[in-house]
Design a binder for this molecule. Structure first.
Ligand SMILES: [Zn+2]
Length: 262
């Protein structure tokens, strides 16, 4: 009985991972984009986080000792992204490796002329297809600032994008979403943004987004959750598509509500 087994696994996982109330509250306070969640969403987030921590294997590299607070910080951000998505979206891989600071990926690739290249740019995060997510703790620790930059959201957006192949900015869309519309809206915005970056125009969105359509989607996911007003202003059609994709509307959720009777 598949359902019974899943239910049993879920119960066992929730018994194994108990998140203390004070640590939970402190972590949510750290990440502004968790503001405005309903009680039901908060409860679901907490359960998803516990299952995520149980299912993933967290390891510190270069002698970094991971604390419960560090693991929780990563899990909350990753699960926030997928809060309204299928519970299985992060299945199929287990490793989360955390370096103390920016790391060298040691990638090699062979170009069309047969020359082998070594990637020597230090990175704050990396998501491997069917493999681990790698993060720099220095950058995770700074991710709480409400500035539209968040390495955890970035890497896990790549993971969602990879559910239908490479991270190309064209993730698996939900029923009822139009592939054509997604392509048109993102394509137009990407061209516009790349032109601005090429001309050296100041952009409120990280110019790294112009690197490729895959990076555009990941960087815009950071903006969508952390500073959604920027995306609403710059690319409203992209914002609307992302609302449909993530099934969240952070601009509305994070906007200050009028106090009753004020
Ligand atoms: Zn990226």
């Amino acid at each position: 009985m598949v359902f019974g087994l899943d239910g049993w696994r879920r119960r066992r996982a929730l018994e194994r991972v108990v998140i203390p109330d004070d640590l939970w509250a402190a972590t949510l306070r750290e990440y502004s984009f968790t503001r405005g969640l309903t009680t039901e969403q908060q409860a679901r987030l907490r359960e998803r986080v516990a299952l995520f921590i149980d299912e993933k294997s967290f390891s510190g590299a270069h002698g970094l000792e991971l604390t419960d607070a560090m693991i929780l910080a990563i899990a909350v951000q990753a699960c926030m992204l997928a809060l309204e998505l299928d519970a299985e979206v992060y299945r199929g891989w287990v490793g989360i490796i955390v370096y103390p600071s920016a790391f060298l990926p040691r990638h090699t690739w062979v170009d069309e002329a047969g020359v082998v290249h070594h990637d020597d740019r230090s990175m704050m995060g990396e998501a491997r297809y069917d493999g681990p997510v790698i993060l720099s703790w220095d950058d995770v620790a700074n991710a709480g600032a409400e500035d539209g930059a968040n390495v955890v959201i970035h890497e896990f957006a790549h993971k969602l994008d990879m559910l239908n192949g490479t991270a190309n900015g064209y993730p698996l869309l939900h029923k009822g979403m139009s592939r054509q519309r997604w392509s048109d809206v993102f394509g137009t915005a990407y061209q516009d943004f790349s032109r601005c970056v090429d001309r050296g125009v100041y952009t409120r969105i990280d110019p790294y987004a112009a690197e490729s359509p895959g990076e555009f989607f990941a960087v815009l996911s950071e903006v969508f959750f952390e500073t959604p007003d920027v995306l609403v202003l710059e690319y409203p059609d992209v914002y609307e598509q992302m609302c449909q994709f993530y099934r969240q509307d952070p601009a509305t959720r994070l906007s200050p509500r009028e106090e009753a009777g004020a």
